[in-house]
Every structure is written in structure tokens, then in C-alpha cells.
Design a protein around this ligand. Structure first.
Ligand SMILES: [Zn+2]
Length: 382
């Protein structure tokens, strides 16, 4: 493990009056889990929401804020901020499959692998949460067979084995899948119904049925997959809801159906990466803003409902985006220095009520630590 020998500290100020709590002093992964297990701040989080901006480096956020001329909800609402390493077992430059696998399973795998290592299926975050009887929702702005959502909900040696990934998702006990890719899932209706998975491609119908299911949840056992033409960044239509719309309906459903047990939701803003690959800075900003509105929605929901932990991070940086304090009128596509992923550390942000405040921002965790932290929270609840 790349950073196993480094000493990492996350200082949480203000939690216990004026003291500075050393939250995280890490020699190895075991110690990290032990630390989180023993701290009261990780108890009492019934619901866990992990939001991943695919390809979202810190400069993507800074450029978006410069363009918007105001802070994003991502940074404005955050209480803890730090940085995260992203290397996979095969390269210092990860792909989404390996990085999402690290966050889902706590293990490094080679690029392209989906929760799968040396012929073995690794336990995903969905499987871990289900072992604790929690509800699980997998939400993305691309198709849910994409690498990031797939690594939280299936296993495969190769991210491009879409049909195998979809079948495993259909056969899982995950409650909700929501994303784009209607034309693909329209072909899978038979397989979905064989696996008691209700299929929707009209958002308003889906929303109504989820609301009814929330109300009558005591004897309602259905699972849902919704696939739309696209996920809009601006306007809600039956064919193209926004990610904020989806977050709203999903959190209400999961919290109603799993009122006692709580839930785990993975929410990905998938297209920040794609626009960055294209070197399209305004397209990237539009996608990041759509993701940011969903973050705002989720954090507000969490603060309203309590018992809910929200983490926002990225799987890797895309495009080697440079930012040197440019103002809105100076922002241009030439600020990207690469057409691919980079090994730059990505930021992470933590949100909950007011019992935590910002840490000093020199603290670095590894992407495998995400799985360890979230699992420690799930275990601590029992
Ligand atoms: Zn990419």
C-alpha cells in the first residue's frame, strides 16, 4: 500500500470545545479501522451517502466556482476537507473501475477490474450494507453498468462486460438502480422481470410509484431500475430528470422503506470526466454544476433528517486541469493539459451536522480508506 508507512493526521477542531482531536493517526489499514471504530463521531450514522464526481479534481471545482462567481455547495457546505490518493495496483494513473473498487471494497485492483481480484469476488459496499440489512441505492448520470456504479454493485474482471454486469445487478438484492442508458435497458426487460426488478423509463411514473411504495412499504417487496434517455443538468422532463430530482426521490424512498435499518446510497456525477476527456471546459462546468446541485440536495436532506453521513469525493482527476486564479472571462479549454486521467490527488469533503469543523488541509488518505471508514460507520451503528 503506497502510503501505508506515512503518518496521516486529520485534525477536527471545535468538536470537543477548544481541543484539537487527532482523528486519524495511521500506520496501516487495521489501525485506521480501529481508530474509527473507537470514536463516537462515527457512531449514530444510520444512513450513508457517498457522492463521486467522476474525474473531479480540485481545480475542476475551483474553475467552476470562478465561472459561477460563487462557491459550490460542495465546498460551501463541507465541514471537513482533505485529499486522497488514487493509484490502482497496476498504475499510478487509475481508471474509474479500479478507483471505485478501492472505495467500494477497500482493496487495490488493476485498472479495468470491477470488485474482482485474482479470480475472487471482493465484497462490495452494497453487499456489506445488505449484510447489515440496510437499503441500497445505486445512482449515476451514466448507465448503472458504468465502471463506478458497477464496482459498488457487481464483480467482473473486465469493466466492458456490460451484459454480465447488468445480469449480476438484476440478480442482486439492491433496492434501487437509477441512471441513463434507456436504449440498453429497454432490451433487458425480460431479464429484469425474471429477477423481480420493476423497470421504468418515465420519471414521473417512477416518482409516483416510488412514493406509493414508500407509503405502503410494510408489505412492499419490489426492487426498481429506472433508466432514462439522459440525466439533465437543468430541466426536468419524464425522459430526462436532473440528478437532484433523482436524489430527492431516492433518499425519500430508501429512508421510508428502511426507516429502522438505514441505507447506503452511491451517487455518481459521471459526465464531469467525459467532458474533461473532451477538453470541453464549459461542458465540464455544466456537469459539475448539475452534480453540485445534487450534493446540495443530499446535504440539506441529511441535515434535515439527521443520522446521515455524506461524503463527496472523486475517483481520479481528468484532464490535468490547470487553474491560476483566472476570472470568468479568462476561462477556456486550453486550461486542460491532458486528454486523460492523471495521478493528482483528489479532494474529499465530509458533511454532517455542526459537530465538526474544517481540518488543516494537508491531510491525505488513500481511496481504500473510504471503504474502511464507511464500513466502520456501519459496524459502529450496531
Ligand atoms: Zn475517464
Amino acid at each position: 500500500m503506497k502510503i501505508a508507512s506515512a503518518t496521516k493526521r486529520i485534525r477536527v477542531k471545535g468538536m470537543f470545545s477548544s481541543c484539537v482531536l487527532v482523528l486519524l493517526v495511521v500506520g496501516c489499514a487495521q489501525n485506521l479501522e480501529g481508530k474509527f471504530d473507537s470514536l463516537t463521531i462515527i457512531e449514530g450514522y444510520k444512513n450513508i451517502i457517498l457522492m463521486i464526481g467522476d474525474g473531479m479534481g480540485e481545480n475542476h471545482i475551483k474553475v467552476t466556482e470562478a465561472y459561477n462567481q460563487k462557491e459550490t455547495a460542495i465546498t460551501d457546505k463541507a465541514i471537513i476537507k482533505g485529499y486522497m490518493t488514487t493509484a490502482s495496483s497496476s498504475s499510478s494513473v487509475t481508471d474509474s473501475a479500479a478507483s471505485a473498487t478501492a472505495m467500494s471494497t477497500g482493496q487495490k485492483v488493476p485498472n479495468k477490474a470491477i470488485a474482482y481480484k485474482n479470480g475472487t469476488k471482493l465484497t462490495t459496499m452494497s453487499e456489506f450494507a445488505k449484510a447489515y440489512q440496510k437499503g441500497v441505492g445505486i445512482i449515476a448520470t451514466e448507465t448503472v453498468t458504468g465502471a463506478t456504479p458497477a464496482a459498488f454493485s457487481s464483480h467482473n474482471r473486465q469493466r466492458s462486460n456490460t451484459d454480465e454486469i447488468a445480469l449480476e445487478q438484476f440478480q442482486s438484492d439492491i433496492d434501487l438502480f437509477i441512471g441513463a442508458g434507456k436504449s440498453y435497458f429497454d432490451q433487458q426487460v425480460g431479464l429484469m422481470s425474471q429477477n423481480q426488478l420493476s423497470y421504468y423509463s418515465d420519471f414521473f411514473t417512477f416518482q409516483d410509484d416510488l412514493d406509493s411504495a414508500s407509503i405502503s412499504h410494510s408489505n412492499f417487496a419490489s426492487r426498481f431500475l429506472a433508466a432514462f434517455d439522459t440525466i439533465s443538468t437543468t430541466i426536468t422532463t419524464p425522459q430526462s430528470p436532473t440528478l437532484s430530482d433523482i436524489v430527492d426521490v431516492s433518499l425519500n424512498y430508501l429512508s421510508s422503506r428502511y426507516a429502522e435499518e438505514g441505507f447506503f446510497a452511491l451517487i455518481e456525477g459521471s459526465h464531469i470526466d467525459k467532458r474533461a476527456h473532451d477538453g470541453d471546459i464549459f461542458g465540464m462546468i455544466e456537469q459539475l454544476n448539475g452534480f453540485d446541485r445534487a450534493v446540495g440536495e443530499a446535504v440539506d436532506w441529511a441535515r434535515e433528517h439527521g443520522d446521515t453521513f455524506v461524503m463527496v469525493t472523486a475517483d481520479h482527476e481528468t484532464g490535468g486541469l490547470k487553474y491560476d486564479g483566472e476570472v470568468k472571462s479568462e476561462i477556456n479549454d486550453g486550461m486542460f493539459s491532458s486528454g486523460g486521467h492523471t495521478s493528482v490527488n483528489v479532494p474529499f469533503y465530509l458533511y454532517n451536522n455542526d459537530n465538526l469543523s474544517f481540518i488543516s488541509a494537508d491531510d491525505v488518505i488513500d481511496n481504500t480508506d473510504v471503504a474502511k471508514l464507511l464500513r466502520a460507520m456501519i459496524r459502529a451503528q450496531k
